[in-house]
Ligand binder design. Structure first.
Ligand code: HEM
Length: 511
């Protein structure tokens, strides 16, 4: 069994329960690490606090399909070669590891779905209660709400387009995806499109994600004590917002069978057990966070590539025009028929999987790829962003954006487990279909309505905070002459049309 560091976090710099990777790998010395390793400090020369993922991509290219990095007293093993990553996808031998980055989020979301340890009973309970919330039937019910939120984005873009201004793509995509998960999951409206600055929920959320990431790169959290105080305030704010939201639902009675209703009303089909109030709070925060950051990044990267590849944008738009025709409001089934738009999204997620790594641990003593012995509990990070660039799978031009890589024929010729933006196995993303439906729908709507003009001087910069986002990306939308206005029925509307019970009850003074 891998050694477990169980001391309090401020003594060791590690969260309670953290297992340092090195002890589970008896032949660790055979795994390469960056040159110029320093005693005590590790591989910190040339490493950036702001871009650990992009540093890892650089090291991956230098060091090969498996490598390790050391930061102070922590050793991390990274796996990205397609053969080794496929081996780690074997559920009979490996499982999700709640590693350092995720464990750092436990003070916020505890045993919520994303952060639960595999053995915690609340994982299975919440998974079984909430999985039907992502069935085809449930998704079809979310579709009109997704359209209504997209309408609010397009109202905003129409105004900017009319004034000849550029739009803040990641900022607007974050508003869109936050409003979408809030409305579909919890019947809530944060009023993001009516605000000049991000909703304080988003600010607090980014604060906690950034703090969790910074904990990975300091020798002891003592160095972050000021940030820790801010983090406590952020957590309190997240809790407070969610408690208000739950209170409002409890007072008004069940909604229309959304995720919150399931959390509050549904008993486990076999055991009859229900989620506790504390666990509901954790799940609501989990879904609000996991349900929007990653999708917002995926949409932003896809829009970046569309703006840089007019031929791809033309082909995608021709598909939208063909499939949707004159339909003012695309129906649920018309979204999955946008096959090429979906390939654009997949290709953006290949190059920049917005959750760029996930951790796996050995269930029993095993030998990874027949070469690297691992003891039970030993773990490694699967570096998805590099797996998706493995030249043995994706070719020498793996860096090139080419949606045709996801042509069904091309997909069939690739080995299994080579495209993993949503993780793998039992703990893979529960919101995958939700994200793909939402993002494909929104790309279709935007392609149909606008030409997207890029700033020729812009060079893609990728911001990292647990998830990835194109930094500083602005585009100039121009209304297409033939662009058909899409107006969602009933739910459509600007702020004034939003029923007051859906409005955000919580405002910060600074907001
Ligand atoms: C493009 C968008 C998305 C990407 C790239 C993404 C990626 C991922 C990945 C890689 C994991 C597995 C993490 C691990 O193994 O540690 C995961 C888990 C999860 N995702 Fe997503 N996700 C996306 C959208 C969503 C959405 C829209 C929701 C909710 C509506 C969601 C909710 C979750 C939850 C709750 C888990 C934990 C599942 C479990 O452990 O049972 N995600 N996601």
């Amino acid at each position: 069994m891998a050694e477990t560091v169980t001391g309090p976090s401020h003594g060791t710099g590690l969260p309670k329960g953290f297992r340092s990777a090195e002890h589970g790998w008896p032949e660790l010395s055979r795994i390469p690490h960056p040159p110029h390793r320093l005693p005590l400090l590790g591989d910190i020369l040339g490493a950036s606090r702001r871009t650990p993922l992009q540093d890892s991509l650089r090291y991956a290219r230098q060091l090969g399909p498996i490598f390790r990095r050391r930061a102070f007293n922590r050793e991390f093993v990274f796996v990205w070669g397609a053969g080794l990553a496929a081996d780690m996808a074997d559920e009979s031998r490996f499982a999700k590891h709640v590693g350092l980055g995720i464990a750092n989020l436990r003070p916020v979301v505890g045993d919520g779905l994303f952060t639960a340890y595999n053995h915690e009973p609340n994982w299975q309970l919440a998974h079984d209660v909430l999985a039907p919330g992502f069935s085809r039937e449930a998704m079809a019910a979310y579709h009109p709400m997704m359209l209504a939120v997209a309408d609010r984005l397009m109202d905003h873009w129409d105004r900017e387009a009319a004034a000849g201004r550029t739009v803040d793509v990641p900022g607007d995509m974050t508003k869109l995806t936050l409003e979408t998960i809030a409305r579909t999951g919890f019947g809530h409206d944060f009023g993001s499109f009516e605000r000049a600055r991000p909703h304080p929920f988003v600010t607090a959320m980014i604060g906690t994600l950034t703090y969790a990431q910074r904990l990975n790169t300091v020798p002891t959290p003592f160095l972050l004590r000021r940030a820790a105080r801010r983090n406590q305030a952020d957590i309190a704010y997240l809790n407070h917002t969610v408690d208000d939201l739950v209170r409002a639902r409890t007072a008004s009675g069940p909604g229309d069978g959304d995720l919150l209703d399931r959390m509050l009303e549904t008993a486990h089909p076999q055991t009859g057990e229900r989620l506790s109030a504390e666990n509901v709070r954790r799940q609501v925060i989990t879904f609000l966070v996991a349900g929007h950051e990653t999708t917002s990044g995926a949409l932003s990267f896809a829009l970046h590539y569309l703006s840089r590849h007019p031929d791809v944008a033309e082909r995608a738009r021709a598909e939208v025009d063909r499939v949707w025709g004159d339909t003012a409001v695309p129906g649920y089934d018309q979204v999955a028929r946008l096959r090429y738009v979906r390939r654009v999204l997949d290709e953006a997620l290949r190059l920049w999987p917005t959750a760029p790594a996930f951790a796996r641990e050995a269930r029993e003593d095993t030998v990874l790829g027949g070469v690297h012995p691992m003891r039970r509990g030993a773990w490694a990070l699967v570096l998805t962003a590099m797996l998706h660039r493995d030249p043995e799978v994706w070719g020498a031009d793996a860096e090139r954006f080419d949606p045709d890589r996801f042509d069904p024929k091309a997909v069939r010729t690739r080995p299994a487990h080579t495209f993993k933006p949503f993780g793998t196995g039992a703990r893979a993303c529960i919101g995958r279909q939700f994200a793909l439906h939402e993002a494909t729908l929104v790309l279709g709507l935007l392609l149909r309505r606008y030409d997207l003009r890029a700033d020729p001087a812009y060079r893609l910069r990728v911001a990292e905070r647990l998830t990835l986002m194109p930094e500083g990306l602005r585009l100039r939308p121009e209304r297409r002459a033939a662009g058909t206005p899409v107006t969602a029925p009933a739910l459509s509307g600007a702020a004034d049309d939003v029923p007051s019970e859906l409005r955000c009850p919580v405002h910060r003074a600074a907001d």
